[in-house]
Design a protein around this ligand. Structure first.
Ligand code: CA
Length: 228
């Protein structure tokens, strides 16, 4: 699912955006401050588009934009501006952002802008690194799909994220903590058993024989390893 982050301190506007973007089929992450936005993006590097309000309690939206751009040139960034802000100044400060939307805006306008950025992301830049291929498996990181021998395997978001961690780290023993923080985020305070539960389900979906797995191997007392 296409992932969008909305950073806005005003709760009314934020939840309005969240509701409408979810309805439009996006997975939506929320942030009320600049710091929260940067943390969310660190935890979810696959955010495709970030919507950044300019006036925030801890830093301004342009600063957040600058910090995102320092590590990520690909993400689409839309600034939310107020009508009272002088447009010259806004466009001058826009370096690094892709687009801006002036408040008040309609949900249709915002989704149209977001869709346009996703189309661009899927264009020439996205085309090169979107396929991960190993053995019988092909993962398309743009569409979030996995195929085995050309057959589509239906995965949950979590299962997909675990597979991606494996396919990006072939032959490397990954601890359950590594997998937990890569998939659920560093701040997640859940039980490590959630990793085992998901891997058990994933094996049923991807292994030839889930009772003697050959792709997702157990590293006893430590974690798991993709391949040998
Ligand atoms: Ca604000």
């Amino acid at each position: 699912m296409k992932k969008v982050l909305i950073m806005e301190d005003e709760e009314n506007i934020r939840s309005f955006v969240v509701i409408n973007l979810r309805r439009a089929g996006y997975e939506v992450l929320e942030a009320a401050t600049g710091m929260q936005a940067l943390e969310r993006i660190q935890q979810h590097p696959d955010v495709g588009v970030a919507i950044l309000d300019i006036m925030l309690p801890d830093m301004d939206g342009f600063e957040v934009c600058r910090r995102i751009r320092a590590n990520n040139k690909q993400m689409g960034i839309i600034m939310l501006t107020a009508r009272t802000q002088e447009m010259d100044k806004v466009t001058g400060l826009m370096t690094g952002a892709d687009d801006y939307v002036t408040k008040p805006f309609s949900p249709a306008e915002l989704t149209a802008r977001i869709d346009a950025l996703f189309r661009r992301l899927g264009g020439e830049n996205g085309a090169t690194s979107e396929l991960l291929s190993q053995g019988p498996f092909i993962m398309n990181t743009r569409n979030h799909t996995l195929e085995k021998d050309g057959n589509r395997i239906r995965l949950t978001q979590v299962e997909y994220s675990i597979m991606k961690v494996f396919m990006q780290n072939p032959g490397r023993a990954l601890s359950r903590e590594d997998i937990l923080s890569a998939v659920w985020g560093r701040d997640f305070e859940g039980d490590l058993k959630i990793v085992d539960v998901n891997i058990r389900r994933l094996r049923i979906k991807i292994e030839d024989d889930a009772t003697s797995p050959t792709y997702i191997n157990t590293v006893w007392g430590f974690g798991y390893k993709w391949g040998n």
